[in-house]
Design a protein around this ligand. Structure first.
Ligand SMILES: C[S@@+](CC[C@H](N)C(=O)[O-])C[C@H]1O[C@@H](n2cnc3c(N)ncnc32)[C@H](O)[C@@H]1O
Length: 297
């Protein structure tokens, strides 16, 4: 894997992490080269996205009382943050999407990850850029974590809009996707229940576990399990995948696991450092996560 900037020559000889605004970088990448583009842009929440990593230890001299009535103190180890406020969100996305469409191979697919605030506006934009007939799926990723307001239905899903480069001509390997248990295994025969079912367009999947192996501490990091389904279904082994808003490099980690090649771009120097750490093979998985508590806002 090589770390590059837009000033460097960019060729697909090795996996790449590219530091910088994705707009000029996308211009330098070869057209038609990618089986899959997964993109998870900032959701335009209007707030900076921030995650603090805090080390907690027992401290009999502290007034802070935690689980089991034991007193503890905490120390801030690091703060990872990026801005998430755009004057005109669709004007920001549109030129990038136009270029991304050209980078996708004739058999290729775009997975566009967004939340309820902007999903409907983005759907209209994607229809315009890719064509309505190129729309393949609306995937709902349902999770269950965090606060639940009492005056409305708690929002606990993201939307992944899926578009293909060539309507009817896309690659999709349904058998490559891991099966999941039937909701009511008693309604199917024992053989079917044992094999499980192919996932539908509603994916129930936990967020990145707080102290799991894959946790990097980067704000809004997406779970590998969700991205793995996209990569397994819509890219060839050995094929190239692109993430222009790569954050902690989840797409790269999944590509490594599934034997795909990757190009990851992010404008945040912190994200690039997190990716360097995560995707360097010698990384001791989970070393940070196992000893720290992650707090996000
Ligand atoms: C929602 S996060 C991506 C999280 C990622 N999917 C993961 O699993 O860690 C969005 C990322 O887009 C990056 N970003 C925002 N504007 C950008 C731009 N113009 N060019 C490149 N990256 C950008 C931010 O720095 C942030 O890391």
């Amino acid at each position: 894997m090589r770390i590059r900037t837009v000033a460097d020559e960019l060729s697909l000889e090795d996996d790449l992490v590219i530091a910088g605004d994705n707009a000029p970088v996308l211009e330098k990448l070869p057209e038609g080269a990618f089986d899959l583009v997964y993109m998870d842009p900032p959701f335009n929440t209007g707030q900076p996205r921030r995650r603090d990593t805090v080390a907690v230890r027992a401290d009999s001299g502290s007034a802070r009382i935690g689980f089991g009535g034991r007193s503890y103190s905490s120390r801030l180890l690091q703060t990872l943050r990026y801005e998430d406020r755009f004057g005109d969100y669709l004007d920001f996305l549109a030129p990038r999407l136009r270029r991304i469409r050209k980078l996708i191979a004739a058999h290729g697919t775009l997975y566009f990850h967004i939340d309820y605030r902007e999903a409907h506006y983005c759907k209209l934009l994607l229809d315009e850029v890719f064509g309505r007939d190129a729309f393949l799926n609306e995937i709902i990723w349902s999770y269950d974590y965090g606060g639940k307001p009492r005056r409305r239905w708690p929002a606990k899903h993201d939307t992944i809009l899926v578009y293909v480069r060539t309507p009817g001509g896309h690659f999709f390997d349904a058998e490559a996707v891991e099966r999941e248990p039937y909701m009511a295994p008693g309604l199917v025969g024992p053989e079917k229940a044992r094999r499980g079912k192919r996932p539908t367009d509603v994916w129930f999947h936990t967020i990145v576990p707080t102290n799991g192996r894959e946790k990097t501490g980067y704000p809004t990091q997406k779970p590998e399990g969700v991205v793995r389904r996209c990569v397994a279904a819509s890219s060839f082994p050995g094929g190239w995948c692109l993430d222009p808003f790569a954050g902690s490099g989840t797409l790269g980690a999944v590509c490594r696991q599934l034997g795909r090649r990757f190009v990851l771009i992010d404008s945040s120097p912190t994200a690039v450092e997190v990716m360097r750490e995560r995707l360097t093979p010698e990384r001791e998985c989970g070393a940070l996560a196992s000893s720290c508590l992650q707090l996000s806002s």
